[in-house]
Design a protein around this ligand. Sequence first.
Ligand SMILES: Nc1ncnc2c1ncn2[C@@H]1O[C@H](COP(=O)(O)OP(=O)(O)O)[C@@H](O)[C@H]1O
Ligand SMILES: N[C@@H](CCC(=O)OP(=O)(O)O)C(=O)O
Length: 393
Amino acid sequence: MDAHAFPAQALPPWRRAVLKVGSSLLAADGGGLSPRFALGLAQFVLASLQAGREVVIVSSGAVAAGRAVLPKAGNAASTMAAKQALAALGQGQLIALWQRFFERPVAQVLLTHDDLRNRRRYLNARAALLELLRLGALPVVNENDTVAVDELKLGDNDNLAAAIASLVEADLLLIATDIAGLYSGHPVRDPEARPVVRVEAVTPAVLAMAGEAGALGTGGMRTKLEAAAKAATAGIATALFSGRDAAAVAALGQGILHGTLVDAQGNRLSARKQWLRHAPAAGQLAIDEGARAALLRGASLLPGGVRAVRGDFRRGDVVEVRATDGAALARGLAQYSAQDGARIVGRHSREIEAVLGFRYDEAMIHRDDLVLLHAAGHPAVEPHGETNGETTA
Ligand SMILES: Nc1ncnc2c1ncn2[C@@H]1O[C@H](COP(=O)(O)OP(=O)(O)O)[C@@H](O)[C@H]1O
Ligand SMILES: N[C@@H](CCC(=O)OP(=O)(O)O)C(=O)O
């Protein structure tokens, strides 16, 4: 089952990608971590960064690394607590492994499902990741295994990588594993298994092809397909390939994939805007004419153009933007809660810190988080807790 079974196909063009690297690629034969396959992937990342692209790595391997740090703990790793201990023991080694390939700083980011479900923490995680990219650092994300149990857990790093791809609005999700791509049946157990080069949509029939993980991984092909399906819904394509195949990894740098490509459903922007358009709004911002004109030009909504805050919402909640005639003009994610927002209404952005004692963003709604409902606005449909807790400047 080698990558040659997967003919070359074009990788979709990308500027920002999430690269997920499985434990199966990093675990050394005798325990601990090995740079053997990480090196080729790091060379690909480095070349991409040098070409002006941005990469976030989602890396597994902490548990495997932990086994070598404290072999005694490794022997008893059947319980959840023992696995968590191993992950805590190995996480430092995992970051150290990635750091040795790069001169630029590697930043450790540990997240759980709960962090991404909570809109406030979601915005915070996104702001921190985007800032790291802006600073030229290389974020290396893993699940925060110490606290990630049961309902907090994303379950596996494939799904975490899809969530991160959507969080940072990546153009592409790259999943490096120990097999050349998706096969129509379990590659070891099913002699009839054939390479699946292209997946237009992750249907139940496609999911049924996936079997369980190898000796070191979690979730196998199933979680990779689930991740690809999530990414597709967010408008992001996924490439599955073997990180063990040096030629396949090198080809990625030339924009060529030997592996499986899972198509995106629609484009990234439209998926996000679609979501914003339909998510329930927790409150409203009434804006002035100047702000209305600015939004129609594609600008962010600054506090200076907001006249009133209505409803009770938190940072990260969806709010509706209403023009002076009451028409619903736009929707977006609030950078400030209703309470904080009310205090900076009508203020210049440079005053935010003086008034609140902190500042997340200069805007009440950043333009990346804003969707215009209708170029000219349309009459407001009643009501979402209208004038409840209204605060005027
Ligand atoms: N239909 C399939 N096509 C390809 N691989 C499959 C399939 N079903 C199960 N697998 C298994 O999935 C494994 C990769 O997943 P996993 O072990 O979780 O790796 P990772 O550590 O990279 O996440 C492969 O080694 C393979 O044995
Ligand atoms: N957080 C765990 C990885 C869990 C996981 O999803 O592993 P894998 O299937 O190898 O990507 C670790 O660092 O060991």
